[in-house]
Design a protein around this ligand. Structure first.
Ligand SMILES: C[S@@+](CC[C@H](N)C(=O)[O-])C[C@H]1O[C@@H](n2cnc3c(N)ncnc32)[C@H](O)[C@@H]1O
Length: 297
């Protein structure tokens, strides 16, 4: 069962104009929080295509969504895939165009809770951080192999960590003595390197883990590809909604929407979670939702 609470749920459903008989795409299925509500609203003539890079998430959520799918009568495709490959998937399914596309970036609370995947800082499990453990290289490889400057730049850029140089130096010193294999080993090194902020309660390891996760999954590259390719899938007046948690991602989406001649921006400023939502789901604090609509003609 999923522990993930969907962020900005009503804003997404309204923003995408989810309606009966529509064809929708959830590019980041995760625990299915958004997909579940889309399924409920599209009825027997509706179609939902949901993908995730994480095979575990797809398997678990596909099964969990079956009762809702049966109740709604909608057609549901759950596939393990990168959202950047959605044009090929939609073509293979012989679907001409879609009415709405949702991307809810980052990682899910289910991934965070799995102590064998490296997302959870205090876990003794391997420092992996891949969404799909069957492809690419685990974060431990980067951490044990990258040069100090490269590591520092990566942690600074993707993690916005002010103390990136100190973190990188301490990682390099530590790995000289013993290979860094687990999340808890890395978290201990980062905590030694970064002063605890008086204002924020977040763990000092958060930014470094985020940076490594973004790097091992090539998240910015795939987002860039998707931002360029996915709007072409939309029917006239179809909408694309993207929730981001990182300023680099938000900027990329804003620019991609502004520069795309077939799109009209719906949210001039990104939508944010209400105080009420933040109180019940702290993850929503940094979420920003941008929506754009395909022009007619
Ligand atoms: C924040 S979670 C989505 C949660 C979901 N909306 C819900 O409410 O349950 C983000 C998901 O996106 C997936 N993901 C990240 N990058 C991806 C990509 N390029 N293609 C497909 N899925 C991706 C992750 O594996 C993760 O499961």
């Amino acid at each position: 069962m999923t522990v993930h609470i969907p962020v900005l749920l009503n804003e997404c459903l309204e923003g995408l104009n989810v309606r009966s008989g529509g064809v929708y795409v959830d590019g980041t299925l995760g625990g299915g929080g958004h997909s579940r509500e889309i399924l409920k609203r599209i009825g027997p003539n509706g179609v939902l295509i949901a993908v995730d890079r994480d095979p575990d998430a797809v398997a678990a959520t596909q099964e969990a969504l079956q009762p809702i799918r049966k109740e709604s009568g909608a057609k549901l495709y759950c596939l393990q895939a990168n959202y950047a490959d959605l044009p090929e998937i939609i073509e293979q399914l012989e679907i001409d165009s879609v009415d709405g596309i949702l991307l809810d970036l980052g990682l899910s609370s289910d991934q965070l809770a799995d102590r064998d995947r490296g997302f959870s800082y205090n876990a003794e499990g391997p420092l992996d951080l891949r969404f799909n453990r069957l492809a690419g290289q685990p974060a431990s490889r980067l951490v044990n192999r990258l040069g100090e400057k490269h590591l520092a730049d990566l942690i600074y850029e993707f993690g916005e960590e002010r103390f990136s140089r100190r973190v990188a130096r301490n990682i390099c010193q530590a790995r000289h003595k013993e290979k860094i294999k687990t999340a808890s080993q890395l978290a201990a090194i980062v905590r030694r390197s970064v002063p605890r902020s008086k204002h924020h309660s977040i763990d000092p390891a958060t930014r470094t883990f985020q940076a490594l996760r973004i790097a091992v999954n090539d998240e910015l590259k795939w987002l860039k590809v998707a931002a360029r390719r996915l709007p072409d899938l939309l029917a006239e007046n179809g909408r694309i909604a993207v929730i981001s948690f990182h300023s680099l991602e938000d900027r990329m989406i804003k620019e991609a929407f502004n520069e795309n001649l077939i799109l009209e921006t719906v949210t001039r400023k990104p939508l944010r979670a209400t105080e009420e939502e933040i109180a019940s789901n702290p993850r929503s604090r940094s979420a920003k939702l941008r929506i754009a609509q395909r022009r007619i003609g």
